[in-house]
Design a protein around this ligand. Sequence first.
Ligand SMILES: [Zn+2]
Length: 339
Amino acid sequence: MLNLKHFPTAVPPRPMGSYAHIILLRETDSYALFQTDGELNTARVRAGQQASDPLTRLTIFKRKQTTPERLVGRELLRRYEIISGEAHDDKAKALVDKAGRPICDYNVRFCMQCPDCVTYGFAIGDSGSEKSKVFSDTAYSITAYESSHEAFTLNAPYESGTMSREGVVTSRINEQDHVRPQTLFPSIITTRDLTSPLFMYVLNNVLRTRRYGAQTTRTGTMTNHLVAIVLADGEVSSNLRLTQALYDSLKKQGAIVPAQPIDPQTALSELSDLLPNLLDERGGANISQMLRGKGLADFLADLDMHKSEAGTREMIEAASRDSKAYYSAYIYNDKKGKK
Ligand SMILES: [Zn+2]
């Protein structure tokens, strides 16, 4: 079971070094788009830590990972009536709705007190900001860009089904690169100084989020396979090192065949196996618990928030009590100068 004593009972005002790392293998379930200016994001890096040849990898920037996860959490906060379903009204300037729920308008006016505001942070012009207590980084595909993407021609034919009319070919043809299904991205999400309910809130968001990247109704679904939860007194490995180490060990096994997807189950068990050596670096953080394999499966199966709406509500309400306590103690006082 997860050692809940590791987590502080209240979010402290200054960093206290209580880290929890969520280690994931993100797998695309359909054609996804992680792009800037119409081009898929890529990076040219060393293939492995042992394999020294360079490799162009697909990348998912930090925001493209955390934003959808935040939005899933915020949807639940509205469903379980922690925050209002209303948007901020410039004229009325109300802070709460008729039922007394805080109005938290994403990137417009944050309420500063809900679990989303306190865990992921916010910035509101000159009226205040809160640093994120959830850290993530660019994720890299294990396999090369060349074998992990596909170019689609998206065309919009005339009603007759043809691409030409009166001898003139339509220009409504668009070519777009997509990330292939079953492309794997190892990823670490780090939380610092969250109470256990606020950590569970973040974990729940990660496990529930299915849609990432630029979306149409048919693309962009992804599964986040949870590989481990690691409790420590500092930061552990980076996404790139994790990806390179996994590449080396999969290659050794002959599991990397150009132009073929990697078997996700092979990658999952390999990643779990190499974590103890990879994270236990000399001079690195002290790890107090590494929950993986059967221990992790038992822990997840036992969570009330996965069993029923009542369980989810309980988790959300506990997280909300902790975020409100932090707001009352350190945000409300500081910013308003009164209480
Ligand atoms: Zn909020």
